[in-house]
Design a protein around this ligand. Sequence first.
Ligand code: SAH
Length: 353
Amino acid sequence: MNRKEQFNLLFPNTPAFRWKQIEQAFFVSSIAGWDGVTSLSKEMRAKLVDLPWMSVSTNTVMVGKKRDTHKALLNLADGQVIESVLMENVRGDWTICVSSQVGCAMRCGFCATGKMGLKRSLTSDEIVDQYRFWQTYLTNQRPSLPSNPSRISNVVFMGMGEPLANYENVKETLNVLLAHTDLGKTRITVSTVGVLPRLEQVLTDKDWPHVRLAVSLHSAVAATRKQIVPTSYDDFLPKLADWARRYLDVLGNRRHHLTFEYVMLKGVNDTNEQAHALASFVRSIGNVRCNLIPYNLTDCEFECSEENQISRFLAILGQAGITAMKRKTMGDDIAAACGQLIVLTAAIDKNAV
Ligand code: SAH
């Protein structure tokens, strides 16, 4: 049960604006607990002490050598632990990479989180509170951080888990963040392995806010995609293309495009033929950008593509008129890069406070 549901149980006849007031207070950094929510009566505040003000607590924070990447292990009330990452972005603001599940059921061959299996989905409180955790962290760290330290300007759902396998809680999180922070819809990206029934739902769900979507494509050749993304299936690619065309028909404009993510695996999906296949797949759809992610080391058989092959791949896409870029790797020295998020029990025991 999340805080809102607990609140409604405690105060069944309270008008809805009360909860909105409380939710707003969650994002005021000078308010550190229920006592600080002075818009509520003393009696109400006293009753609220049983509700967690914060649903995550610090286990460990690791800081990369360049101090531009910070990874937190966060404890949840039931003893589970998740990872959440803070990265400095090109504008000198901060991007946070949030987890939506403890572990992941998708088992992508190159991703460390997949190896953990799925423990459970996070509540919307636990996702929202990753933002609040980093907001407080930035406020406290102000003196020791470079540039403009306190602004979280972007949120990406690229941490542990498959966000669309936790659809309702991710939707609730998006609506809370959009209501109570200065984040606009184009500053939030939900990354998905491509859960088609949920992608269909996004098209018709009036409560789904149209933040950016990124689909982890990884190959436009069906057999290759199946090899590295085991949840893929024979007609996934045509079905995805059909969905993507309808998505762009409804939502595509100058500010709204789709992104395909593509992890670069040497000799697997990085050949010139694969680049041409990706180019024609994208051209059959429309306004799609490609984001090439150099493979970050995990405990598996893959290797990252050679630098010059990544350049060749980018050039082939460029010649086909496709906007493509290589993602900057950050945080690999503290295992905070894409696909490296895995909570090691040994590490937790060692660092537990
Ligand atoms: N489940 C979501 C979020 C995953 S993490 C999804 O599949 O999109 C965000 C991105 O990092 C995904 O594109 C994912 O495939 C990619 N990724 C996973 N492991 C990686 C690794 N070892 N190196 C580089 N990227 C990786």
